[in-house]
Design a protein around this ligand. Structure first.
Ligand code: NAD
Ligand code: MLT
Length: 530
């Protein structure tokens, strides 16, 4: 029987035609949630853009679904954990609309700078007003780019042609990469303080949600201009609206919103004159829509035909021959990567993964890939998977070394990972207890014993009394439950590390309080499930 595909958003006919060569395809857009729930059980694959919210309920009703294809980059409209739990592959089309989003960023930035929409509206009203719309030149001004990835780096290149100075904040790329695209990398506060324009191009993650909030805005230059063509929730839109009204921010160009679609009821910028708004049009060019539709169709066809999928977001085939030995270590390796990137705190240039014991006798490349996936996933758009993690690492100039040793220091079988940045070197050692329970047993030469699960605080501190007590007091008075706590057995008498398992995410103000405790050297919050 031919497999059935549902296309639930407007996707270019070129992609739909490609799908029709292989499967039965129904295109049904603007369906209500209940209509979608009622029919999704018939389909083997679902293709969406950003309009369909593929929730847990929809996935729960999708009894035949094998693949969800997203014609675009952002997969924040798909409940990926729910899809993964049901064994449904989620794939996207990350490259096809990069240029469209780049050009739209520049279009709204320049339109905001020269009041183009406002002047257009005025002339359409029959006025000839040449006094109200004085703009500024971008030439010679500083553009601060937050997130120097695919889109951020292209915006940089193009605005350099307009003779802007480009600086960037992206703690996950190397200086070498910054230099390649002509962006001087600076820290977040320096970017805020130095920029005449700030444009954000990060994925929406725990770290980037509300990144441009009232506090960040207060650190910016008076008269700064802000552009958001990434994800709405990266900016606190209410704080931005207030700053526009007060004149702190001279202009804003906004394409994306925390709650889409935007209506007159939930639009905080309504009636504010110095704003240019578009309804999530970043990817809306003919070329980009064809690009993402064809890319997603190819991905869905490959997935349903059992071929490797380069753009899978949540899974990839694991070779059967090695699976039995290495499978139990996958989650450990991935979570060691997530811990590794948190420890690094600077662009990583080299990774060394050593396998000892039983793992030294088998093919472990897939485990290194799992480690890389865990390391890269928290910092990139949700598209790092077992297939593409090595090539993404390569593109980011990450030197990855793998080695084997029959000798293990404490455990028969263990994974030791070194994470090397230009400034520091960190080490994480993990193993399995009873061949199934993942544990981290050493961090930066301190012996420790904790499960890499849920939210974790890793806290290097001066080895002196009452460090734990002060941490616990602040967490307790903020109502944050401590599920477990471990202090390392350090070989260095002066410093030690503690690992604290907490029930949930920790607000930024509490993190600041924890970091301000005298003797606490750093506090890293890690979401091991991310
Ligand atoms: P990308 O993954 O290529 O780049 C993201 C960059 O952000 C990476 O270099 C990463 O290191 C950096 N980053 C991650 N966390 C960061 C942090 N906390 N601080 C600073 N930098 C951080 O992604 P991309 O393809 O360039 O897409 C960028 C954004 O644009 C995404 O949110 C995507 O969904 C959005 N997008 C919007 C439209 C639109 O229609 N408006 C179209 C395409 C993409
Ligand atoms: C994307 O993530 O690809 C863009 O936001 C464009 C879209 O949603 O179509």
């Amino acid at each position: 029987m031919t497999m059935k595909i549902l296309v639930s958003d407007d996707v270019s006919e070129k992609g739909v035609a490609l799908l029709r060569q292989h499967f039965d395809v129904d295109v049904k857009t603007n369906m209500s949630v209940s209509e979608l729930i009622a029919c999704i059980g018939e389909y083997d694959a679902l293709v969406t853009r950003s309009q369909t919210w593929v929730t847990k309920e929809i996935i729960g009703a999708a009894t035949n679904l094998k693949v969800i294809g997203r014609a675009g980059v952002g997969v924040d409209n798909i409940d990926i954990p729910a899809a993964t739990a049901r064994g449904i592959m989620v794939l996207n089309a990350p490259e096809g609309n990069t240029l469209a989003a780049t050009e739209h960023t520049i279009a709204i930035m320049m339109a905001m700078t020269r009041h183009v929409p406002q002047a257009h509206a005025s002339i359409q009203e029959g006025k000839w007003d040449r006094k109200s719309f004085d703009g500024i030149q971008v030439q010679g001004r500083t553009l601060g780019i937050i997130g120097v990835g695919r889109i951020g780096s292209r915006v940089a290149r193009r605005m350099q042609a307009m003779e802007m100075t480009t600086i960037g904040y992206d703690p996950y790329i190397t200086e070498e990469r910054g230099q390649q695209v002509g962006v001087e990398l600076v820290d977040f506060d320096t970017l805020l303080a130095k920029s005449d324009y700030i444009t954000i191009h990060t994925p929406l993650t725990d770290e980037t949600r509300n990144m441009l909030n009232a506090d960040a805005i207060s650190k910016m230059k008076d008269g700064v201009r802000i552009v958001n063509c990434a994800r709405g929730a990266c900016v606190d839109t209410k704080a931005l609206a207030e700053a526009l009204k007060s004149g702190k921010v001279a202009g804003a160009a906004i394409d994306v919103y925390p709650d889409e679609p935007l209506t007159a009821e939930n639009n905080p910028f309504l009636g504010i004159p110095n704003v240019v708004q578009t309804p999530h049009l970043g990817a809306s060019t003919i070329e980009a829509q064809i690009g993402v539709a064809v890319d997603v169709a190819v991905g869905v066809i490959d997935a349903l035909e059992g071929k490797p999928v380069m753009t899978a977001v949540n899974m990839a085939p694991i070779p059967k021959s090695v699976a039995t030995v290495i499978q139990p270590y996958f989650r450990l390796a991935e979570r060691m990567g997530t811990i590794g990137i948190a420890l690094a705190g600077a662009p990583v240039c080299e990774i060394e993964v050593e396998y000892t014991g039983a793992l030294s006798e088998t093919e472990t490349q897939a485990l290194t890939t799992a480690f890389l996936k865990g390391l890269l996933n928290p910092i990139l758009q949700d598209s790092v998977n077992f297939v593409n993690a090595p090539s993404i690492a390569k593109k980011r100039h990450l030197n990855v070394k793998e080695s084997k040793s029959h000798q293990s220091r404490y455990f028969t079988t263990a994974i030791t990972a070194k994470i090397i940045t230009s400034k520091s070197e960190h080490q994480v050692v993990g193993t399995l207890f009873d061949e199934k329970e993942a544990k981290i047993v050493e961090i930066d030469h301190s012996r420790i014993d904790f499960k890499p699960e849920g939210y974790l605080l890793l806290v290097p501190h001066v080895n002196k009394p009452n460090m734990i007590g002060q941490m616990a007091t602040i967490l307790g008075s903020a109502g944050i439950n401590i599920n477990g706590m471990q202090v390392g057995g350090s070989t260095d008498e002066e410093t030690n590390i503690m690992a604290i398992a907490v029930g949930d995410d920790i607000p930024k103000d509490i993190m600041t309080k924890l970091r301000n405790i005298k003797g606490i050297l750093d506090v890293k919050l890690i979401n091991c499930e991310s």
